[in-house]
Every structure is written in C-alpha cells, then in structure tokens.
Design a protein around this ligand. Sequence first.
Ligand code: URA
Ligand code: SF4
Length: 215
Amino acid sequence: MATTAPEDEYTAEPFLPSHGGLTALRKAAAECRGCPLHREATQTVFGKGDTDARVMLVGEQPGDQEDRQGEPFVGPAGRLLDRALAEAGIDPSQAYVTNAVKHFKFTRSGPGKRRIHKAPSLREMTACGPWLAAELNLVEPELIVVLGATAGKALLGSSFRVTQQRGALLEAEIHGHKERVVATIHPSAVLRADDRDAVYRGFVSDLKVAARALD
Ligand code: URA
Ligand code: SF4
C-alpha cells in the first residue's frame, strides 16, 4: 500500500541534489514528492533566470497558466508584474523569478470546473523551502523582492505583515544569510482590486524602492 508521509514530515530535502548549479536543481525539482501538491499539479514550476541575477523576485506559487506552461509568472499576474517592473526601472529579463511553493494548489469549481488557486498551507510552504534556499545559495542576489503575504511569511516568518512592511528596504536573516529585502503586494492583488489604478501605483512605488536599492 502506498504510504504518505505525515503532514509534519513533509519536506523537499531528500530530493535536493548534493551538487550542481541551477540546471541540476531544476531537474531534481521536477521529481520532487516532498509534499502532496505534486499529485494534482501538472508539473513543478521552478524559478527562472540567471545565476548572476542581481535581484530575486519571490511569488507565492504557480497559477493555472504557469502550471500548464512550466514557467513562473507567465499568466496575467506575470504580465502585470513585468509591466510594473519596467516602469519602476528594473529590467524583468535581468531578474531571477521564483515562487515560495513550486507546485500549483487549486480547487475545482463552477460549471466548467475551473481550477481556482488555493493558498498553500504553512506545512507546504515549509516543505518547499529547501528549493528556495538552494536558489538563494546559487544566485546570491543583492536584493530579494517579496511579492505578497505568502512569500513574506515563507521568507520572513509568520509575523510578517505586508501592509506594515511593504515599500521599505529591510534586512533579514533568511536561510542563514543576511539579506536585503523589499516587500510589496502580490501582482494578483492589483488584478483583484476595485481601485486598480491606485493599487497599481502603490505596487510600482514599492518596486521603485527596490530599483533604488540596486543602483
Ligand atoms: N502567482 C505567483 O505567485 N506566482 C506565479 O508564478 C504566478 C502567479
Ligand atoms: Fe516538492 Fe514543493 Fe512540489 Fe511540495 S510543492 S512536491 S515540496 S516542489
């Protein structure tokens, strides 16, 4: 009988390669079974970008489009993110883009059984953490941009509050390294907002803090 690890034992750790660069990491992540999220998702969506990227952007988890295409931030939230980055003065193609959780979590609802994003649990975020730690070790970005509450909690701890900590240059100990961090809202929050223009401007203004920190 197939057994599933108890929830408090979820971890990606045994799937990490002992050596190699981003290519080895991405290949190993494709086989990760560290938590149950791999079962329903199409594929692992690993980070994208170069080892020498100066800035690392961390989102929550892949969405429907990312799950199908296998790349982070290629759906509507990603298009908005690219536009906002460019406006803030950060070249999206120079950034390393990844997520706190590497598999899409969803529920099905409505007549067409559309796949609706579901927030990952703390255990799933913790389980997936070793991948992000390994990405940070290889890329060693000068700055991390945290996109939204989930990424914030994954990197800065459960007391993180995006409303209080956004738009400022922070210093934090992350996976044993001292890192410079700018937190902001998730681009999906802009798409969902009633007052989209104002929320978008706030998003760009936070990203400008990140752009200045890279000057
Ligand atoms: N939202 C995320 O947090 N990450 C993606 O890759 C896409 C949407
Ligand atoms: Fe592994 Fe992360 Fe996917 Fe869970 S979500 S199976 S830990 S890659």
